[in-house]
Unconditional design. Structure first.
Length: 91
């Protein structure tokens, strides 16, 4: 049985393959658990980078973590692209 995160992605993100949706859903659920324990967003972004998550997939994941943010795509893009994990010179 697919998770609600996976179902939401498949229903609301056009052009997403089932395999990529499943991978993204797994990361979203992991990141939600991290955030629930008090982990900050920079650490979440480092976690995604450590898991070899691409920038585009990290942006998709981050949009889901932001919930009802009024401009969540722009905010997610800024969070991912400006995170210490993704800036030049980071490990």
């Amino acid at each position: 049985m697919p998770s609600t995160t996976l179902e939401e992605l498949l229903n609301n993100v056009g052009g997403l393959s089932p395999e990529v949706a499943q991978q993204a859903a797994k990361h979203i659920d992991e990141c939600r658990r991290l955030l629930a324990t008090g982990t900050d967003m920079d650490a979440v972004q480092q976690h995604l980078k450590d898991q070899d998550v691409s920038i585009l997939l990290a942006i998709l994941i981050t949009t889901r973590l932001l919930g009802d943010h009024p401009s969540k795509l722009r905010a997610a893009r800024e969070i991912v692209e400006c995170s210490p994990a993704r800036t030049p010179g980071s490990p």
